[in-house]
Design a protein around this ligand. Sequence first.
Ligand SMILES: [Zn+2]
Length: 306
Amino acid sequence: MTIGHKKQIEILNNFLKKGYIPHAFLFLGPSNIGKTTVAKFFAKKILCLQNKNNSCNCLSCESFQRSLHPDFFIIDAETEIKIRDIKEIESFLSTKPYISKNKVVILANADLMNFFAQNAFLKTLEEPPQNSTIILTASDINKFLPTVLSRLLKIKFYLVDDNDIKKSLDLKNLSKEDVNFVFKMAGGRPGKIIELIENKEKLLKFKRLAKEILNLKNRSLAQRFSYTAGLIKEMDINNTNKNQLFELLEIWIRIIRYNLVLDFVKDKSLNKKELSALFAMEKVYRLLKMSNLNIKIAFNYLMLNI
Ligand SMILES: [Zn+2]
């Protein structure tokens, strides 16, 4: 099921209608908004042997639905993509399709490709095997070599409207308060919402962390420092495993931003303290993404600014 992205899907459907499908796409946009879901939807249609309808049950569509399609290959990376991953793609593409007329590869989070992987991948892009389509998804265009970028057809994806998400998801089992919270945290990213409604434990954790950061404002500096020291330990946050760290910072940024807007609507003026807290958070987030800034120092700096 795809949520939102009507324009992008229309562009892709037009390629199918014309019967001309470019060799390599780059789906570009924020994470968790459904780029890979749309890529799979497109892959299924490229491979389809009959009418390319959503309800088609040809051999290809059936195989795809069961994740058993021999002409489809996906790498959904969470960590660095290396040369050996690219070699796997090359070897997959080196044989003829078994049941469909084409072969399709999805390389999700392709901005995780290291320099060597990109250079290896360039060869595949320069001489793409016939009847093959490669779909890359990424959130950061700056991570690509210009030579790689120039060979990709770029399609931009944007955050999805909350109403479109609400129409598509079953939220009956969630309290009104939880629905509000989940949408607040997701900010137009259906993937994030699905993650939170399917994982009650995670939802509870997110709610607790959001509440705690707001309460910290009224605590002494010593209490704030000891709180973040505890969090670093509890969440096992360190420089080699930053996923938890960015998840935490995103919760903080979203809840503070939401409160800032709420207060602005109420008081018709910007709360300077909240604004500077938000700036500090966003700054630290960027710095931690780009460098090996000491996490404890970063957190202490934030605690001085909330
Ligand atoms: Zn089909």
